[in-house]
Design a protein. Structure first.
Length: 213
């Protein structure tokens, strides 16, 4: 069952890979680029969780020592590798967060942009990130909180998303509130350092920096 779900998810993201860069460079992307660098250090080792075409890994590569980036989509990773030619400190892999090659306590920071809402229960995912981090390591994440109050257009879009998810066109999406997102992160052994709304339309995009405790 898990393998089937994985294949469906990869197929979905593979289809989006061709035009992903153009669509991903939105207001949320710009704010993440502006807010993240102050938490990065020159000697840091980063893990880019669900890196897609490598936009963030490439953008932050000169600010850190090394980046391990991964995604489940083969076509996303192929594009990322092509985009990152000449960036010698980035390594891309088609794999998952639970790959044994990622050793516990080996990362200073984990980037997790637009990924936490794709898990029915993100407890296991957040616990894994906590274990992979060094003492006082941080996660930096941005998540669409689809349960927050939204405009009529956003609510209508949410209904369409729900329908497409039900009939299997979209991968699983969890409708989270900001409170639920923050609670899930703190329960996994993190202290929130910074939290803010990046955009509130059509859906609330919430930015969190949290430190391992």
């Amino acid at each position: 069952m898990q393998k089937s779900t994985m294949n469906k998810s990869e197929k979905f993201w593979n289809k989006l890979s061709k035009n992903y860069d153009k669509k991903a460079k939105d207001k949320t992307y710009e704010q993440i680029l502006a807010r993240t660098p102050k938490y990065l250090k020159a000697d840091a080792v980063l893990l880019d969780f669900a890196c897609a075409t490598g936009l963030y890994a490439i953008a932050f590569s000169k600010k850190v020592e090394k980046i391990e980036a991964f995604d489940t989509s083969s076509k996303m990773i192929a594009i990322a590798k092509n985009n990152a030619k000449g960036y010698d400190n980035i390594s891309f892999s088609q794999t998952t967060l639970f790959d044994a090659k990622y050793e516990e306590g080996s990362f200073d920071t984990i980037l997790a942009f637009n990924i936490l809402l794709y898990f029915k229960d993100n407890k296991e995912v957040l616990n894994r990130m906590n274990k992979l981090l060094k003492p006082n390591g941080r996660i930096i994440t941005s998540t669409a909180c689809l349960k927050e109050k939204r405009s009529f257009i956003a609510v209508f879009s949410g209904c369409i998303i729900y329908f497409l998810k039900k009939i299997g066109i979209l991968p699983y999406l969890k409708f989270l509130s900001i409170v639920e997102l923050k609670e899930s992160i703190t329960r996994a052994g993190f202290e929130i350092v910074e939290a803010d709304i990046l955009i509130d339309k059509p859906a609330t995009e919430y930015f969190i920096v949290a430190q391992k405790i």
